[in-house]
Design a protein around this ligand. Structure first.
Ligand code: NDP
Length: 375
């Protein structure tokens, strides 16, 4: 079982059993150290938008551990979630919003950034609203439904002079960054072939009449948007180049669940130097490997996209598995330092657009029976 899902289920079970309430999160929340709702000049106040699985079990705990940002507000369409969040994280009434009154966030000096963690179809409209409100935007992957939407988000943030960062947490992770450095240093010669596979087997127990948004096309469902962007992003950062052509083919094993969304996608990226990346993603198969075959050796990360425990090895016998305290805390601290002007922005909106451009080509190729699309 994919670790992301396993953790989600474990944490949901813990929350159900009341175990989550015993986690020592509040002691590390900068808002608490300074009293409820207090502002700190050296810490970015963040509002989480969409209090689902990822916000609840990864981002909020990550914000509680972060040093340069803190959870200052919430935006939710589920009023029943509000009391527990306010109580657990010390969020004052004035920092709680619904999707209807979200634009009032413009007047809230406690909140400098909003983190959009909703179904994928809402990423663009919420980003535009946050940018108009003058707030920096952190947006989950995939950044949008297509490259045109992604570019509109970049343009809106630029026009409003706010930063846009995409939640590609792995690009902040030390073992991934080591692999990215290998692409530059080429210790085994030129890369000839990359393999990047990210997926998990799930949804066997879903009622086709009551599908979650990840299985619905109007919300940006499908394996490619959800997990395929890990394979694609990894292929690009492992190569260090942009693909020049794409071919793709999709497979559906459970047609009653996967209507208008992809269950498994195989795609090949061609790079200008003749190297290729063979990639796959799936909601029907566990896969979690990234490998580069080079002229004089190879290296790999496996797993490469879990929340922890990334393991690297190479053909010369070296292994690496640097520990990171909390991937999302690291990601948000990096993004907060960029807002505070004390560090580089590692994953700007433009990086998300580069992926969406390839995602568009992957879908076009798959719809065209595997037609080769030149980028
Ligand atoms: P969930 O379904 O668990 O939560 C989504 C939340 O969005 C809901 O709980 C709800 O919050 C809000 N929402 C608003 N409108 C809708 C709607 N029409 N249908 C359903 N929910 C709605 O999803 P996840 O938290 O797993 O994923 C959210 C985003 O985060 C996705 O873009 C996903 O790709 C990304 N993600 C990224 C991960 C990573 O490792 N970087 C890992 C997991 C997810 P409320 O009730 O508060 O309004």
């Amino acid at each position: 079982m994919h670790l992301e899902l396993t953790r989600r289920r474990l944490l949901a079970a813990m929350a159900g059993a009341g175990i989550g309430a015993t986690l020592p999160l509040r002691a590390e929340n900068p808002m608490d150290k300074n009293g409820k709702g207090a502002r700190r000049k050296d810490s970015v106040g963040v509002a989480l938008v969409g209090l689902g699985g990822y916000a609840t079990h990864q981002l909020a705990p990550g914000l509680a551990l972060a040093e340069h940002c803190h959870l200052a507000g919430i935006v939710t369409g589920s009023p029943e979630k509000i009391p527990a969040w306010q109580q657990k994280y010390g969020i004052p009434d004035g920092n709680v919003y619904s999707y209807d009154d979200f634009d009032r966030i413009a007047d809230n000096p406690d909140i400098q950034a909003v983190y959009i963690v909703t179904p994928n179809d809402l990423h663009k409209p919420l980003t535009l609203r946050a940018a108009s409100a003058g707030k920096h935007v952190w947006c989950e992957k995939p950044m949008a439904m297509d490259a045109a939407e992604g570019q509109a988000m970049v343009d809106a943030c630029r026009a409003n002079k706010v930063q846009l960062a995409i939640g590609y947490r792995l690009q902040h992770e030390p073992n991934t960054r080591r692999l990215m450095a290998l692409a530059r240093e080429k210790p085994f010669g030129r890369i000839l072939k990359i393999r990047a596979d990210a997926g998990f087997n799930a949804y066997d127990d879903v009622d086709p009449a009551d599908k979650p948004w990840r299985l619905l096309p109007q919300h940006g469902g499908g394996a490619m948007y959800d997990m395929g962007v890990y394979s694609l992003n990894a292929a690009r950062y492992t190569s260090g180049q942009e693909p020049v052509a794409v071919t793709a083919r999709q497979e559906v094993r459970r047609p009653q669940l996967f209507e208008g969304v992809d269950e498994t996608m195989h795609f090949t990226l061609e790079f200008a130097d003749g190297s290729v990346a063979e990639c796959a993603t799936s909601f029907g198969q566990d896969m979690n490997t990234l490998r580069a075959d080079c002229e004089r050796g190879w290296y790999e990360l496996s797993p490469f996209q879990t929340y922890d425990g990334l393991k690297g090895r190479a053909s010369d016998g070296q292994t690496f598995a640097d520990a990171v305290r909390h991937q999302q805390a690291k990601q948000m601290d990096d993004d907060a330092l960029a807002i505070l002007g004390r560090g580089p922005q590692l994953v700007p909106g433009e990086e998300g657009v580069r992926d969406m451009r390839v995602v568009d080509a992957i879908y076009a190729s798959a719809r065209g029976g595997g037609r080769r699309i030149v980028l």
